[in-house]
Design a binder for this molecule. Structure first.
Ligand SMILES: [Zn+2]
Length: 132
């Protein structure tokens, strides 16, 4: 099994823990650190909708709280049809730590496509580091 398939498997496992009673849209993410550790996340919704958090950010925050700040690859799986992409907020949070990382986006049958984060979010917001 390739490391990408293993990461997808971990994301599918994490998806089972999604708390999505409002959207019924379950998402799982598996984040591979540069050092080879995997951190997973699932979306967690709230009856106050704005407090909900995406699976991708749940995984990043878990990793950062464990002392990791350098990421290589993130796999995302979802319960929807077709390829499901991360939202802009999650891309920005990933870019804060690892703008050179890659993402694996899947469809419902675990076909996957790989993208560079820089191609998905070419102009990131960054305090004090604006280019001319
Ligand atoms: Zn998101």
């Amino acid at each position: 099994m390739s490391s990408r398939e293993e990461l997808l498997k971990r994301a599918r496992e994490a998806q089972k823990n999604a708390y999505a009673p409002y959207s019924n849209f379950q998402v799982g993410a598996a984040l591979l650190s540069a050092g080879g550790k995997v951190y997973t996340g699932s979306n967690v919704e709230n009856s106050s909708y704005g407090l909900s958090i995406c699976a991708e950010r749940a995984a990043v925050f878990k990793a950062v709280n464990d002392g990791e700040r350098d990421f290589a690859l993130l796999a995302v799986v979802a319960s929807g049809q077709g390829y499901v992409f991360p939202c802009g907020a999650c891309l920005q949070v990933l870019a804060e730590f690892s703008p050179e990382m890659k993402l694996i986006i899947t469809d419902e049958k675990d076909h996957y496509k790989e993208y560079a984060l820089q191609d998905m979010l070419p102009q990131i917001f960054s305090l004090g580091k604006q280019e001319e």
